[in-house]
Ligand binder design. Structure first.
Ligand code: NAP
Length: 246
């Protein structure tokens, strides 16, 4: 489904991003796993992909750094010849109630989740416009649609990602480039494993499909949006949340 395509997945050392990288590679794409801190994990995932017969590389870069992202995209385009798929997955949380949230907590989440996605789209767009093709998939969140107490920074960043998705889709649709967002619900990763047991149990009650999402649930949706099967879909937000936001 993705043979001959080159995909860059940000924050791919662990969690959802790691599974997205493995799934895109399994469908035939050459995948570059970006990481900020998880170098060993990213390299381990790269080796797993290669051992399974796929093609992969790694690139360390903080997505919040405009210049470093520019350098990453330029160097990958040179090395691999094209960047056909960009998955903006890198994300962090720093939860707190609004009245006690520190400025650093707000800024860090916006810088990584919102500006990080902008930085990658800003620099990859030039490359995709030259190619006259490409698929950008941004990982938003259900809380970007609903809001969430204690996550004013995170939900703003994820709502912003949706707004950027829709805006860029309108800018570059005529050039053969699609831009979509996936809004995961409650997925079983390190990000949600830190939640207290009672919070997890309460959340579970709100999921019509009565289970946490798995990383594969998100990865398969991303693979579809990255493929020609989804070539007439752009500017959309696909919820993958077990029916939570319906
Ligand atoms: P995770 O396991 O904590 O992984 C987060 C990933 O983001 C890590 O690979 C991390 O890489 C990377 N990252 C963080 N800051 C970065 C930076 N500045 N530059 C590059 N990479 C950076 O979380 P996850 O659950 O897989 O989340 C993945 C995405 O899905 C996030 O955007 C998250 O907001 C979104 N999401 C998750 C859920 C959920 O329930 N889990 C729900 C909705 C949306 P390093 O370790 O290398 O820093």
């Amino acid at each position: 489904m993705l043979a001959g395509k080159v995909a860059l997945v940000t924050g791919a050392g662990k969690g959802i991003g790691c599974q997205i990288a493995k799934t895109l590679a399994a469908y035939g794409a050459t995948v570059i796993l970006n990481y900020a801190h998880s170098e060993d994990a990213a390299k381990e995932a790269m080796n797993e992909i290669i051992q399974a017969g796929g093609k992969a590389g790694v690139y360390g870069c903080n997505v919040a750094d405009f210049k470093a992202v520019e350098e990453m995209i330029k160097s990958l385009a040179k090395e691999y010849g094209s960047i056909d798929i960009l998955v903006n997955n890198a994300g962090i949380t720093k939860d707190n109630l609004t009245m006690v949230m520190k400025e650093e907590e707000f800024d860090a989440v916006i810088d990584t989740n919102l500006k990080g996605a902008f930085n990658c789209m800003r620099h990859v767009t030039r490359q995709m416009l030259r190619q006259k093709s490409g698929h950008i998939i941004n990982i938003s969140s259900i809380v970007g649609l609903t809001g969430n107490a204690g996550q004013i920074n995170y939900s703003a960043s994820k709502a912003g990602v949706i707004a950027m998705t829709k805006s860029l889709a309108k800018e570059i649709g005529s050039k053969g480039i699609t831009v979509n967002a996936v809004a995961p619900g409650f997925i079983d990763t390190d990000m949600t494993r830190v939640l207290k047991e009672d919070v997890r149990a309460k959340l579970l009650e709100q999921i019509p499909l009565a289970r946490l999402g798995q990383v594969e649930d998100i990865a398969e949706t991303v693979a579809f949006l990255a493929s020609e099967k989804a070539s007439y879909i752009t500017g959309q937000v696909i919820s993958v949340d077990g029916g939570m936001y319906a």
